[in-house]
Design a protein. Structure first.
Length: 299
């Protein structure tokens, strides 16, 4: 039984196979005879808000011929304290796969262990692997390959998206620079364990110099709202703006997982100037996740 919980757990070959399948599925879009998920129902269990992830999974599952069942964790008995392992054992008898967005990564791991159905991470506090698969698909489409490129992540270097970029750097062989304030950098033990070409700095311009990709995410991730004011102070200066873009290669791809907070982690002008890339990136969530589902099921 395969799951897709973190990039860390999968080989480079497996991740590349998913991206290949995603490209193929993207070109097959609209071909209604291709329905490898026919007869299957997948549950989407979300404890946090979502636009892109929810819609791309719901649409993707339907386009593959399956049915998607959206379940807000708040409305499930889970929200009243039913343990995740019981929820998993019930759903495991009724649906064919699960897509889970939650806070604690361990809940996702437990769901996969007890549910015994293919389980996908739709974002936890620890990692957001589907996002980074879509991002790499986007870089490949625009630059041919991500190998040997330089990706500079500016902002909350300890968040789920940054952590998944750390895993990706070691799997795909690119240089990752993370510009983040103290206290918001990737965990040192994790960096040691994962290896790869990752450099952490507090100098945004130094990180951006000559970069092929500039990437950012919100300063206040979901679940961190009580820290919003303090974070907004701490992250001042960790913004992608015109000055930072000028440090990068002229051909730079400016990327954002979205939702974006203009004037905070990125300026409105930079986001709008690079909106083609950013929204291609958002669209690729659909294609990359279809690739993940098909790879999980060998279909
Ligand atoms: N990027 C992303 O995961 O967006 P949503 O929170 O809207 O799903
Ligand atoms: N780091 C962000 C990603 C949103 C898609 C969060 O967890 O809120």
């Amino acid at each position: 039984m395969k799951h897709f919980l973190s990039l860390e757990e999968h080989s480079t070959n497996a991740l590349k196979a998913i991206l290949k399948r995603s490209e193929q599925l993207k070109s097959l879009r609209g071909d209604e005879t291709h329905q490898p998920l026919k007869g299957q129902t997948w549950a989407l269990i979300f404890s946090k808000s979502s636009t892109r992830t929810r819609v791309s999974f719901e649409v993707g599952i339907r386009e593959l011929g399956g049915r998607a069942l959206f379940l807000s964790a708040r409305e499930l008995q889970l929200g009243r304290g039913e343990p995740i392992r019981d929820t998993a054992r019930v759903l495991g008898r009724m649906v064919h796969g699960a897509v889970i967005r939650t806070f604690d990564h361990q809940e996702l791991v437990d769901f996969a262990a007890y549910g015994k159905i293919p389980t996908i991470n739709a974002l936890t506090d620890h990692a957001h692997p589907c996002q980074i698969m879509a991002d790499i698909l986007t870089v490949q489409e625009k630059m041919g390959t991500i190998e040997d490129r330089v990706v500079a992540f500016i902002g909350d270097g300890a968040c789920n998206v940054a952590t998944s970029w750390v895993f990706a750097a070691s799997k795909f062989g690119f240089e990752l620079r993370i510009a983040a304030p103290e206290g918001f950098r990737p965990n040192e033990a994790l960096l040691q364990r994962i290896g790869g070409n990752v450099r952490v700095t507090d100098d945004v311009r130094d990180a951006a110099r000559g970069a092929d990709v500039l990437y950012t995410d919100v300063w206040v991730s979901m679940g961190m709202e009580s820290e919003a004011e303090a974070r907004e102070q701490t992250f001042q200066g960790f913004q992608i703006n015109d000055g930072v873009v000028r440090e990068a290669k002229e051909s730079v791809l400016v990327m954002h997982c979205l939702p974006a907070y203009r004037g905070k982690e990125i300026t409105d002008a930079v986001l709008e100037a690079h909106q083609q890339t950013v929204f291609d990136q958002a669209e690729n969530r659909l294609h990359a996740q279809k690739g993940v589902i098909c790879w999980l099921l060998d279909i």
